[in-house]
Structures are given as structure tokens and as C-alpha cells.
Design a protein around this ligand. Structure first.
Ligand code: SAM
Length: 226
């Protein structure tokens, strides 16, 4: 067994190296630390209503100043990226219904080899996983998006890697169902759940937790990935 990635950014660098995506979409760029993990041959599009990234040592990047909801409503992703999404990273608003909507919006631009990552999938404790931020490290209740995708989208492979500080879900298997009729009642059902409910359901089973190692990550990538 190889050693776990030190942080989610180390994992992201390695995933870019392994996958070599042509087109990368990032929801929530902040200062650009995760955008900076991409290789120079990848076209990068970021989305953030209040981006703090000023410059980036990369030949092909842009940031759309918008919430993800407005972005998917008003912009043509294929136009911006020059084709479908190969790799996406969801790290915007840390409310599960928003993270879930981001994944399902990205799915419209996905292909069978697409990989979608969701940050903050593995909460640490109750205070850091509240919907209202009360701590420096804040995963919000993004974990519920992972529970719902695992529960309602058995056609997708949804696995949570235990990488610091708050886990990363890796989603593959796109190209099947795009029925979203389950979303509204499922979101209502989990809206009031909290960390204690996750513990009661079983963290590892509900989130599909695996060690955050290069070995496990490589095994999750779509067949045909380099
Ligand atoms: C945790 S930071 C992103 C960090 C960055 N991905 C990294 O790893 O360095 C979250 C970002 O999401 C942005 N954000 C907040 N609400 C959003 C929304 N509705 N849609 C997209 N981004 C949002 C915030 O402005 C913030 O910059």
C-alpha cells in the first residue's frame, strides 16, 4: 500500500498527471491554489462569484465571475472549454444541494471518461459540518450530496477518498441516466440531517470511504485512462 496523499491539492496534481485532461472546469477557485494544480496542456475554466486569483502561471485559463447556478444557466460550457468536460472539481458553496446541482449540471457536459471531484465530502465533526460556517476549516454539509448520489445514482461510481483535510469524492461512470426527478424530495429528506445522523448511518458505508492513496485513485479512473 502506497502512502496517502498529503492533502487534496497533492491528489489533484497527481490526478492531472494521470488523466492529462484537455478541458478542466473548476467551481470555486478562491485564490487559485487548485487551478494551479493543472498541467500546461489543459484548458482551464474557473467559476466563482468572488474570485481572488489575480494571476496564474498557465497559458490557457479564465475565470467567470458568477455563482455556479448563474454560470450553468447563462454560459455555454462547451463553447468556453472548446468541448466536453474531461475533469471537473466542485468546490464552491458548501451546501449539499448546491454541490449536488453542480455535479448534475456538469453531467450535461460529461462523457464516459469524465471524472468529477467533489471537495469536502468527508466531514471531521459537527461544528465543521454545520450549514452555517462557525469554524476555519469548513466542509459544510457537502457530505449529503455524496450520500444522495450513492443512494439515487447506482449507475455512477461515487467513492470518497480520505485525503486531508476533509476528503474528496471521485465520481465516474457518466453517460447513463440524467433523470433528476429524485433530486427535490431527496434534498428535502436530508436537509435537516447533521453529523450525528451520518455517524448513525455509518460514515464509511454511506460515503464509500477508501484510503486516499495513489493506488486507490488510479483504480477509480475510467478504463482507457492513461
Ligand atoms: C473553498 S474556496 C475554493 C478553494 C479552491 N478550490 C482551492 O482549493 O484553492 C470556495 C470558493 O467558492 C466560492 N463560492 C461561493 N459560493 C459559490 C457559488 N454559489 N458558486 C461558485 N462558487 C462559489 C467562494 O467565493 C470561494 O472562493
Amino acid at each position: 500500500m502506497t502512502a496517502p496523499y498529503e492533502t487534496y491539492l497533492h491528489m489533484l496534481v497527481d490526478l492531472h498527471r494521470l488523466l492529462g485532461p484537455t478541458r478542466y472546469l473548476e467551481i470555486g477557485v478562491n485564490e487559485g491554489h487548485s487551478l494551479a494544480c493543472a498541467g500546461s496542456d489543459t484548458r482551464l475554466v474557473g467559476v466563482d462569484p468572488a474570485p481572488l486569483v489575480g494571476s496564474l502561471d498557465h497559458p490557457d485559463w479564465s475565470v467567470v465571475e458568477a455563482t455556479s447556478e448563474a454560470f450553468f444557466r447563462e454560459w455555454d460550457v462547451v463553447d468556453l472549454l472548446g468541448g466536453p468536460v474531461d475533469l471537473a472539481f466542485v468546490d464552491g458553496l458548501h451546501h449539499f444541494e448546491v454541490a449536488l446541482a453542480d455535479v448534475l449540471s456538469i453531467e450535461h457536459y460529461a462523457h464516459p471518461g469524465t471524472v468529477v471531484l467533489v471537495h469536502d465530502a468527508l466531514p471531521i465533526d459537527k461544528p465543521t459540518s454545520e450549514r452555517d460556517r462557525v469554524s476555519v476549516v469548513w466542509s459544510g454539509d457537502v457530505w449529503k450530496a455524496v450520500v444522495l448520489l450513492r443512494r439515487h445514482r447506482p449507475d455512477l461510481t461515487v467513492t470518497t477518498l480520505d485525503v486531508a483535510p476533509t476528503g474528496m469524492a471521485v465520481i465516474t461512470g457518466f453517460g447513463g441516466s440524467t433523470d433528476e426527478s429524485w433530486v427535490r424530495p431527496a434534498v428535502e429528506d436530508l436537509m435537516d440531517a447533521d453529523y450525528a445522523d451520518l455517524v448513525a448511518m455509518g460514515v464509511d458505508r454511506s460515503l464509500g470511504v477508501r484510503p486516499g492513496t495513489p493506488e486507490v485513485l488510479a483504480g477509480l479512473l475510467p478504463v482507457g485512462s492513461p
